[in-house]
Design a protein around this ligand. Structure first.
Ligand code: BF8
Length: 663
C-alpha cells in the first residue's frame, strides 16, 4: 500500500499527493473530517415521519409510534434496496425508449446492432419473430419491455430464465415480482409510518423488489444495451489515469447509461472533429471512462478507462481534462468544486441529474449525434484554456467483454457452445468454485485493496472470478484482467484458463450487467452436474468495498436467487440483531442464500472458501485438492525450453518429465 494508506493505486497516490499540496478537497480527505452518524450507521435512525426523527440507540427502545429497533432497521434497509432497484431499473426503462426510437427512426444515430439477440429477447418476451423485419420486432420488444415496469399482476417474464426450482420457491414464498415498479412502490408504501411493522415481512418485500431489479430492470438494461450497441466479446484496452494524454483533448465519460456515451465515442472518433482538435493545438482527442459508463464503453468500443469510483476527482486534478461528461449515478457533487481550480468543464447531460455549478447540455435521444458533437466540440474549444498538467504515469492492459453469450461460445464454439466444460471443471475439482466480486469503492476502506486481495487469494485457490462495476476496473488496474494474471492462479484454474485461452478474472460488464452473472448461474444450475438450483452451486458473491444503495439491491437479488453474499465495509443494520439474523440465518432457510456483512477481509476469504467447500461436499464432489491437477502445460514447456537453452539434452518427448519446480 502507498504512503497515504488510502489507496493501493500508485497513480491515485500520486494525485493524493498533489491534492494535499494544493489543498484540494476530495472524498479521500473529506472522509477524515466526516465521522459517520453513530445512530444512522447502525440503521437505527427513523425519519419516516415528523414525530421524530427517532434516534434509537439500543435494543428494547422504541420510537414515538412504538416502532421497534428491528422494524426501524428493516424499514431503512428495505428503502435502500428500493432506491437501488429504482436506479438500475430506471436505467433499463430509458433503454426501452431508445430501442423504440431506433426502430421507428425517431432516434437517429441508433441502430439494432445485434439482431440475433433481439430475436432471443423477443422469444423470451413472447413476441412473434417469424418472417418479421427486425424493426417491427424491436418496436414490440421495446413496448413489451416497458410493460414489464408497469405490470400489476402475474410475474415478470424473465423469471422464466431462472431454474424451475427457484421459480417455484419464489412463488411459494410470495416474492416473485409482479412488476418492476410495483414492488418498489410497495416498499415505499409499506415503510410509511404506521404500516408494515414486521421486520421479516418488510424484508420479504425487499427481496421481491430486488428480484424485480436483477431479473427485471437490470436484465432488460443489459439485453437492450446489447441489442443496440452489440453484445460484448473480448478485446484489449487500457486502464488507469495514465490513459489521459498530455498533448490531446481529454474527455472523460462518467456515469452509467451507454446511450449518450456511445454517441460521444462516435463524435470523438469522427475525423472532422479530430482535425478540429488539431486546429486548437491538440494532437487528437482521447476519450476515457470512469465508473460504469467506462465498463459499457470499454467492453464494446475499447475506450480506455481512467479508473473507478474513487478516481473521479483525481482525474480532474490532473488538470488535463477538458470535459467530464456525466449522466446518472455515482457522480460526486464534489467534482464541480475540484473543477473550479482547473479549466475542466463538468457537463451534466441527463434530465434527471443536474449539479449546481455544472454546465448542462441535455441529452435527447431524438438528436443524440448532434448533442454528442456539441459536447465534444465544447471540450475541444476548452483545450487552449488548459494550464499546467500532471498525469501520473502508468496504465495496464485489460481484456474485458465476457458476456454470458461469449462465455458459452468460448467453451464450445457456435456448434457446441454450453457451460458444460465449466460445470465439469468444478465437478472434477480443477476449479474449486466460482466467485462474483462486484461493486464499488468506499473511502471508508483502502481504495481497491479488498477487491485486489480477495481476488488474488481466490485465484490462488483455483476459484474462477467474474467481476463487474468498479471491482472489475479495480483489478484491471493491477493486471488481473489479462493472461499474465495466470501467474497468480492455482494449478487447476491455470490449466482451464490456458486451455480455453482466457484470463482468470472475467470482466462481465457494468453493474446492471450483474444480471449476466444471474444468467450464467441459472445456466450452470440447469446444465447438470452441479445440482438443480443456483443455491447448489459452489459459488459466492462479494461486494467488499460497497457504498451504494444499488449494491444493496444487487446483494439482495443474489441472495434471493440462492447465493451466499458477503459485503465488506460495515453492516447498515448492525444495530439490530434480529434483522442481522433475518437476512442471515432467516434468508438462508428461506431462499438458500444469506446476506452477511463482514469487514474483515481474511474472514471474508475463509468464509467464502468454506462455503464453496461445503457446497462441493453437499453435491458429493471430490474434496478440493490443489495437488491433484495441472502441472500446467506451458510451465512444463517453459521448463523444457530453459533446459534446452542451458544445453541439456532434452527431446520434445522428455517435456513431460520436467518438473514444475524447474520452471
Ligand atoms: O453501478 S460499482 S460505485 S459505478 S454503484 Fe457506482 Fe458502485 Fe461503481 Fe456502477 Ni455500481
Amino acid at each position: 500500500m502507498a504512503e497515504s494508506g488510502k489507496t493501493i493505486n500508485p497513480a491515485a497516490e500520486a494525485m493524493l499527493g498533489k491534492a494535499a499540496e494544493t489543498g484540494v478537497s476530495t472524498a479521500f480527505s473529506r472522509v477524515d473530517e466526516m465521522k459517520p452518524c453513530p445512530i444512522g450507521a447502525q440503521g437505527l435512525c427513523c425519519k419516516n415521519c415528523a414525530m421524530g426523527p427517532c434516534r434509537l440507540t439500543k435494543e428494547g427502545q422504541v420510537g414515538i409510534c412504538g416502532a421497534t429497533v428491528e422494524t426501524v432497521a428493516a424499514r431503512n434497509l428495505a428503502r435502500a434496496i428500493a432506491a437501488g432497484a429504482a436506479a438500475h431499473s430506471d436505467h433499463g426503462r430509458d433503454l426501452c425508449f431508445v430501442l423504440h426510437g431506433a426502430a421507428t427512426g425517431e432516434a437517429p444515430g441508433y441502430q439494432i446492432r445485434d439482431e440475433f439477440k433481439l430475436r432471443e429477447v423477443a422469444r423470451d418476451l413472447v413476441i412473434e419473430t417469424e418472417g418479421r423485419e427486425k424493426e417491427e420486432i424491436a418496436i414490440d420488444v421495446a413496448e413489451a419491455a416497458l410493460a414489464q415496469f408497469g405490470k400489476q399482476t402475474g410475474e415478470l417474464a424473465y423469471l422464466a430464465r431462472a431454474p424451475k426450482k427457484r421459480q417455484e420457491l419464489w412463488r411459494d414464498l410470495g416474492i416473485a415480482p409482479r412488476g418492476i415498479d410495483r414492488e418498489i412502490v410497495e416498499i415505499m408504501h409499506r415503510t410509511v409510518v404506521g404500516n408494515d411493522q414486521d421486520a421479516e415481512h418488510i424484508l420479504d418485500q425487499g427481496m421481491r423488489a430486488a428480484l424485480g431489479d436483477g431479473w427485471g430492470g437490470s436484465m432488460l438494461a443489459t439485453d437492450l444495451s446489447d441489442i443496440l450497441f452489440g453484445t460484448p466479446s473480448p478485446l484489449v484496452t487500457q486502464v488507469n489515469l495514465g490513459v489521459l494524454k498530455e498533448d490531446e483533448v481529454n474527455i472523460i465519460i462518467h456515469g452509467h447509461e451507454p446511450t449518450l456515451s456511445e454517441m460521444i465515442v462516435a463524435a470523438a472518433r469522427d475525423p472532422e472533429m479530430v482535425e478540429y482538435a488539431k486546429t486548437k493545438g491538440a494532437k487528437g482527442i482521447t476519450l476515457a471512462g470512469i465508473c460504469c459508463t467506462s465498463n459499457e464503453t470499454l467492453m464494446r468500443q475499447g475506450v480506455p478507462s481512467a479508473g473507478n469510483f474513487l478516481d473521479q476527482e483525481l482525474a480532474v486534478l490532473t488538470g488535463a481534462v477538458e470535459a467530464m461528461v456525466v449522466d446518472i449515478q455515482c457522480i460526486f457533487q464534489g467534482l464541480v468544486a475540484v473543477a473550479e481550480d482547473f479549466h475542466t468543464h463538468v457537463i451534466t447531460t441527463s434530465p434527471k441529474a443536474k449539479i449546481t455549478g455544472a454546465m448542462h447540455m441535455e441529452f435527447d435521444e431524438h438528436r443524440a449525434p448532434e448533442i454528442a458533437r456539441e459536447i465534444v466540440k465544447t471540450a475541444v474549444d476548452n483545450y487552449p484554456n488548459r494550464g499546467a498538467t500532471y498525469i501520473p504515469q502508468g496504465q495496464e492492459n485489460m481484456v474485458p467483454g465476457f458476456s454470458h453469450e461469449y462465455i458459452r461460445y468460448m467453451l464450445g464454439g457456435y456448434y457446441r457452445g454450453s457451460l458444460r466444460p465449466l460445470n465439469d471443471a468444478i465437478a472434477s475439482g480443477r476449479l474449486r468454485g466460482v466467485a462474483g466480486v462486484v461493486g464499488c469503492n468506499n473511502p471508508r476502506v483502502v481504495h481497491d485493496q479488498a477487491h485486489f486481495d480477495i481476488v488474488k487469494e481466490f485465484l490462488k485457490n483455483d476459484v474462477l472470478v467474474v467481476q463487474t462495476g468498479c471491482g472489475a476496473i479495480c483489478n484491471a488496474k493491477y493486471g488481473l484482467l489479462q493472461g499474465e494474471a495466470l501467474k497468480h492462479a492455482g494449478p487447476g484454474l491455470r490449466e482451464i484458463c490456458e486451455t480455453v485461452g482466457i484470463p482468470p478474472v472475467l470482466h462481465m460488464g457494468s453493474c446492471v450487467d450483474n444480471s449476466r452473472i444471474l444468467t450464467v448461474l441459472a445456466e450452470m444450475a440447469t446444465e447438470g452436474g452441479l445440482g438443480d438450483d443456483i443455491s447448489d452451486i459452489p459459488g459466492v458473491g462479494l461486494a467488499p468495498e460497497w457504498m451504494s444503495e444499488k449494491a444493496l439491491s444487487i446483494a439482495t437479488y443474489f441472495v434471493a436467487s440462492g447465493v451466499y453474499t458477503l459485503m465488506g465495509v460495515k453492516s447498515p443494520v448492525e444495530g439490530s440483531e434480529a434483522v442481522t439474523d433475518i437476512i442471515g440465518r432467516g434468508w438462508q432457510e428461506k431462499v438458500g442464500g444469506k446476506l452477511e456483512f463482514e469487514p474483515d477481509m481474511e474472514k471474508t476469504i475463509q468464509k467464502s472458501l468454506d462455503h464453496i467447500d461445503k457446497k462441493r461436499a453437499a453435491l458429493g464432489l471430490p474434496e478440493y485438492d490443489p495437488t491433484r491437477f495441472g502441472q500446467s502445460g506451458d510451465r512444463r514447456f517453459s521448463a523444457w525450453l530453459k533446459a534446452r537453452a542451458e544445453g541439456a539434452e532434452v527431446s520434445p518427448y522428455s517435456m513431460a518429465g520436467v518438473s514444475v519446480e524447474e520452471a
